[in-house]
Design a protein around this ligand. Structure first.
Ligand SMILES: [Zn+2]
Ligand SMILES: [Zn+2]
Ligand SMILES: [Zn+2]
Ligand SMILES: [Zn+2]
Length: 213
């Protein structure tokens, strides 16, 4: 599925594939934001047509990145989550942790570096899986985690060809879950109140997710 987004600095639109190449050479980004005392990482999180590039201080914790991903994309009702980095799992809560399990109380710089690929899982029942990669490391100024680019809402279509606005939470695992408002009225699983909205998040259609608060 076609996916593209806008660079926050130069406001130009790039494809999912073109974006990382662009961000490394974007002159606006470089001139506006290349000096500073913080070591920062540029990180991509993505799954399917959804992607986000964000900058974060290298001494931020995994917990802060987890919180960022929850606020942007994931949080429906506060499920557990975990990062998987180099065969090690870092959990969002130590309540159910086994001896030897790690929590997210680790600085990014102590577990990843430029080029590192790692994973995030949210909700161990109806799981949303994200792949992450550290694209760049540089010095800059940064207060909190900042979104540099993210995908525009993909052009989801109902099987009748109209724009999809609803997603059926029952059909999500079988395909054909995307429905226009007309088809949603005659859908066999339930009426329109039963449907969830199409939102710009990989969590759409799952566990009552209706978008960030
Ligand atoms: Zn740019
Ligand atoms: Zn939930
Ligand atoms: Zn259905
Ligand atoms: Zn339709």
């Amino acid at each position: 599925m076609k996916s593209e987004g806008e660079c926050k600095y130069c406001k130009k639109t790039f494809s999912a594939i073109g974006m990382p190449k662009h961000l490394l050479v974007c002159a606006e980004r470089d001139s506006l934001n290349s000096k500073g005392e913080n070591t920062i990482f540029l990180i991509r999180a993505c799954t399917g047509p959804f992607f986000v590039y964000f900058e974060v201080k290298a001494d931020s914790t995994l917990e802060e990145v987890d919180e960022f991903l929850r606020d942007l994309w994931l949080d429906c009702c506060g499920h557990l989550s975990a990062f998987k980095i180099n065969n090690m799992t870092y959990y969002s809560s130590c309540e159910d942790a086994e001896p030897g399990d790690k929590t997210m109380d680790y600085k990014l710089s102590s577990v990843v570096n430029v080029g590192s690929s790692f994973f995030h899982e949210y909700d161990f029942g109806t799981t949303t899986y994200l792949g992450l990669k550290v694209i760049q490391k540089r010095n800059s100024r940064l207060k909190k985690i900042e979104v540099i680019a993210r995908n525009n809402l993909p052009d989801f279509k109902c099987k009748c060809g109209s724009k999809a606005e609803n997603i059926c939470p029952e059909c999500i695992w079988e395909g054909n879950a995307l429905l226009c408002s007309k088809c949603a009225q005659n859908h066999e699983c339930g009426d329109k109140d039963f449907m969830l909205p199409v939102v710009n998040s990989p969590r759409m259609g799952m566990c009552g997710y209706t978008g960030p608060d």
